[in-house]
Design a protein around this ligand. Structure first.
Ligand code: PLP
Length: 394
């Protein structure tokens, strides 16, 4: 900009800004677009939207539902979420006081952290982690404490988990099925996490956005459904992924009424409300789609997972086969490059397929031999990416 001089002591970024850099996922997307490649970097989920969801959103715009809604969302959607939570998640939440419709699961976590955490608090999360979880905490001056999962089996080291808890620890973040490793937490694991949370009086913040993307007969267990856990658990989910509407920004959370009010105020402060007409589309999807829709999702994505994993194996990029969500972490030791970022760029240049550097999901020094590939793609695009990968020559 003309006339702008160099930064002075007051004309500067906040202390935290340099630590919250542009996500590696977005920069790979930009690079992939520049080269006209197939983007398996971002979980954009460009598959078809179920028709009741589209139709009711369009109708809502025509019917004039274009103004702010109540800060916790329209009643019809909150009731639909309450029914779904009771049936699928075995969580009993009052739609009038314990459910908040949010600006995506992202907005749900942000408002939750604003309402519940203080600067200097510590929050435990499992590594590999989802970058937004870490950066949400950092942006609020809360210290993330990653507990590494065992590479490839993604088992929890409970001794490490226990020793990560300090007097400043306030919460444990659980993300099941997990982005990026596709771990689906078992009931037994969640019970052990729950008992640690009770022993140390911690919140559980659980991000269940991939709850319907389950493979090989795995079952989704919501931590809030475990005995005694309802009050200390904030259950975050949404429909960005389930209905392929990541750009609509509709998510929700369920929490005990003691927390829901304050979380709602912070959500109001940052987002005001979730987009009004899209709330109508979401409610229609949750109300009208049969169970077979959700079973179909798992079957469709399991087939896509298998297609991608077999292409990666053919290319000598050994995949860690996920049990849920829609990402694969693959070993890319064969790809030239000193770092995972270089490997991602070299693979894109060699094959036209974009993936994300594994380091985006690990603490410094880890994940350098991994890339994450997303298979939430239209069948033809995924097939093309698999074909390109199969012909990879280092
Ligand atoms: N949580 C996880 C674990 C994700 O991977 C993503 C998207 O990639 C989100 C949340 C974002 O969800 P939303 O679109 O509802 O904000």
């Amino acid at each position: 900009m003309n006339g702008m001089s160099t930064a002075t002591e007051k004309l500067r970024l906040s202390e935290i800004s340099p630590r919250i850099i542009q996500s590696e996922i977005r920069s790979m997307t930009v690079e992939c677009d520049r080269l006209g490649g197939v983007n398996l970097a971002q979980g954009v989920c460009d598959t078809e939207i179920p028709s009741p969801v589209v139709q009711h959103a369009i109708q809502a715009i025509r019917d004039g539902h274009n103004i702010y809604t109540r800060l916790d969302g329209i009643a019809h959607l909150r009731s639909a979420i309450a029914r779904k939570l009771a049936q699928y998640n075995k969580i009993h939440a009052d739609p009038e006081s314990e459910i908040l419709v949010t600006s995506g699961a992202t907005g749900a976590l942000y408002a939750t952290c604003l309402a519940l955490l203080d600067p200097g608090d510590e929050v435990i999360l499992f590594e590999p982690f989802y970058g937004y979880h870490v950066n949400t905490l950092l942006s609020l001056r809360v210290q993330p404490q990653p507990v590494p999962l065992a590479m490839h089996t993604w088992q929890i080291d409970f001794d490490a988990l226990r020793s990560a808890i300090t007097p400043r620890t306030r919460a444990i973040i659980v993300n099941s099925p997990s982005n990026p490793c596709g771990k689906v937490f078992t009931r037994h694991e969640l019970e052990q996490i729950a008992s640690l949370a009770e022993e140390h009086d911690l919140f559980i913040l659980t991000d269940e956005i991939y709850e319907y993307f389950l493979f090989d007969g795995t079952e989704h267990i919501s931590p809030a459904s475990l005995p005694g856990m309802a009050e200390r658990t904030i259950t975050i989910s949404g429909i960005s992924k389930t209905f392929s509407i990541t750009g609509w920004r509709i998510g929700y959370l369920a929490a005990h009424k003691r927390w829901l009010g304050p979380i709602g105020y912070f959500h109001d402060l940052t987002y005001v409300c979730a987009p009004s007409p899209f709330q109508y589309g979401a409610a229609a999807g949750l109300t009208e789609l049969p169970d077979s829709f959700y079973q179909g999702l798992s079957a469709e994505y399991q087939a896509k997972r298998d297609m991608l994993c077999s292409a990666l194996s053919d290319a000598g990029l050994t995949p860690s086969v996920p049990r849920g969500a829609y990402y694969v972490l693959a070993d890319v030791s064969r790809v030239p490059g000193a770092t995972a970022r270089e490997k991602a760029r070299n693979l894109l240049a060699a094959t036209g397929v974009a993936a994300v550097a594994g380091t985006a999901f690990f603490s410094a020094g880890r994940g350098e031999n991994l890339l994450r590939f997303c298979f939430a793609k239209k069948e033809d695009d995924l097939r093309r990416a698999c074909h390109l990968l199969q012909h990879f020559q280092p």
